[in-house]
Design a protein around this ligand. Structure first.
Ligand code: F6P
Length: 345
């Protein structure tokens, strides 16, 4: 059996460990031939591929980024692809003698894996995103690393903030779901955690910041990039689309900081963590989760369990049918937000 590995979407710490797990199990145990496509679908369309064997994956688990590269280039020019595009995919597969794909990616990639499956092309999904917003799995690799980096940023901002009696606002990633903000906010003891699932008003946020000051402390506010202020007047608008047709995000911390300062009279500074939280070496947790995900995906291919995604459930990696996993954004439940709110104000 000859399997193609392809990474798509934003990178996520642990992708290398996932490739290594899949290759060690696939090549060494199941006797597969494996190849990797460079920069996702670009490499597939342009015949830019490398052999994946034991020597290709030696020592890569601790490395950040991904050895194959990744891109947001979709397999089709638009939507679900036309007849010619599907024909091109099948022709390329025949040319590469591919029996199936292991697709490492987030929501968009798993949706493509399902499309391929529906078209009779063999695919297995390996879920990854620092945002942890994918259905069909408890956690995605990359998330734990991002939370660790964001928590450290909170610890560091807190000492400088306290020294100057300032309110510090930290923006973390989280386009549609506030998982990174929630976990980092709880780990770092942020006095306010703002997530897309729970719009809050500027009046309420300022009240929390003032009550912290009344207790002789300085506030640390962590905000997910997809957060919106409650109330028509103050609603955050981020007009325009980015290069991939997604609403443009970012800038929420810079928008909040002057509003907080104006309402509280407390000097306020904004920090945008940005891509720092996606870079560098994965935590041990992410390396282990990613390795196990890769192993499970190789086993799934061997067992002919195409059309599934290897998701974490408790301590087990199970195979979830792709049609159950995709299109289900995993947002922060109210009960989890209530827990972090215990520290507010
Ligand atoms: O990987 C998901 C994500 O980290 C989102 O939280 C963020 O909005 C986006 O990627 C940033 O993407 P890019 O690297 O393409 O700017």
């Amino acid at each position: 059996m000859r399997i193609g590995v392809l990474c798509s979407g934003g990178d996520s710490p642990g992708m290398n460990a996932a490739i290594r797990g899949a290759v060690l199990r696939g090549v060494e145990v199941h006797g597969f031939e494996m190849v990797g496509f460079m920069d996702g679908w670009r490499g597939f369309h342009e015949a830019d591929l490398v052999p994946l064997d034991r020597s290709a994956v030696r020592g890569i688990s601790p490395l950040g980024g991904v050895i194959l590269g990744t891109s947001r280039v979709p397999p089709f020019a638009s939507g679900d692809g036309d007849a010619a595009e599907w024909q091109a995919i099948r022709a390329r597969m025949a040319e590469y003698r591919l029996d199936g794909f292991l697709l490492i990616g987030g929501n968009g990639t798993q949706t493509v894996a399902k499309l391929l499956t529906d078209a009779g092309i063999r695919a297995i999904g390996l879920p990854k995103t620092i945002d942890n917003d994918l259905g069909g799995t408890d956690y995605t690799f990359g998330f734990d690393t991002a939370v660790s980096i964001a928590s450290e940023a909170i610890d560091r901002l807190r000492t400088t903030g306290e020294s100057h009696s300032r309110c510090m606002v930290l923006e973390v990633m989280g386009r549609n779901a506030g998982w990174i903000a929630l976990h980092a906010g709880m780990a770092g003891g942020a006095q306010v955690t703002l997530i897309p699932e729970h719009p809050e008003s500027i009046e309420q946020i300022s009240e929390w910041v003032l009550s912290v000051r009344d207790r002789g402390r300085s506030s640390l506010v962590v905000v997910a990039e997809g957060f919106t202020l409650e109330g028509a007047d103050g609603e955050v608008t981020r007009e325009g689309l980015d290069g991939f047709g997604r609403p443009r995000l970012g800038g929420v911390a810079e928008m909040l900081a002057p509003l907080i300062e104006e309402r509280t009279g407390i000097e306020t500074r904004a920090t945008v963590l940005g891509h720092v939280q996606r870079g560098g070496s994965p935590t041990a947790f992410d390396r282990v989760l990613a390795t196990r995900t890769g192993i499970a995906a190789a086993d799934a291919a061997h067992a002919g369990r195409w059309g599934t995604m290897a998701g974490l459930h408790g301590d087990r990696i199970d195979l979830v049918p792709l049609h159950e996993a995709v299109g289900r954004l995993k947002t922060v439940p109210d009960a989890r937000y209530e827990e972090v709110r215990l520290n507010f104000g």
